[in-house]
Design a protein around this ligand. Sequence first.
Ligand code: DC
Length: 216
Amino acid sequence: MSVSPLIIAIDGPAASGKSTVAKRVAAALGIVFVNSGAMYRAFTWWVLQNGIDPHDLPAVLELLARTEFRCGEEDGVGTIAVGGVPMTRDELASTAVNAAVSPIAAIPEVRERLVAEQRCYGSARGVAMEGRDIGSVVFPETPYKFYIDASPEVREARRRAEGIDDSIAKRDRIDSSRKVSPLVVSGDALVVDSSHLTAEEVVAAVLAAIRERMGE
Ligand code: DC
């Protein structure tokens, strides 16, 4: 009998704490952590690196068509190489990438390519993936869906504390209003407001809900 891999979908707005939570949940369950936002950031970085204006749709699509993505895993964490270049956190969190990533992620062809890559992670040994549309589009069949939220003030303060220049409100607006796969709360997701909780408390709530849904 084959046992399907455990797939945990963790969605939420920018700086809601979903990355920290997904990472710790993956470690606790011995599955792979994947930050899907890093994949949209990686392609955005590649667009800028190639001297392309992120708003020049034909040029972005032409680059997409000739770009190879390679997904892998290192020490339980999903990795991505774009155009043969392995991505590191510094490149992906730059101010230029922060400013351009939401318009790039709103392009349907970009989403189609990256969603296909994201589904490949799900076929391996289980995954905790965080993003905006993981429960609604990438893995709609999983019973383990979470939406991690926090107030805009708390999220802006978290980014400032990290020393990252990020226009959270603007990204929220684009991510939530785009036509394809906007940020939504799936009806079957458990919503956790992390505004006044520690990361440990959020992780404990998520793990308890997973165990409950597993029927343990
Ligand atoms: O999670 P993050 O802030 O690193 O995501 C960067 C951008 O990528 C975000 O503004 C929206 C986009 N994104 C998306 O559209 N779908 C996902 N599953 C993950 C991220």
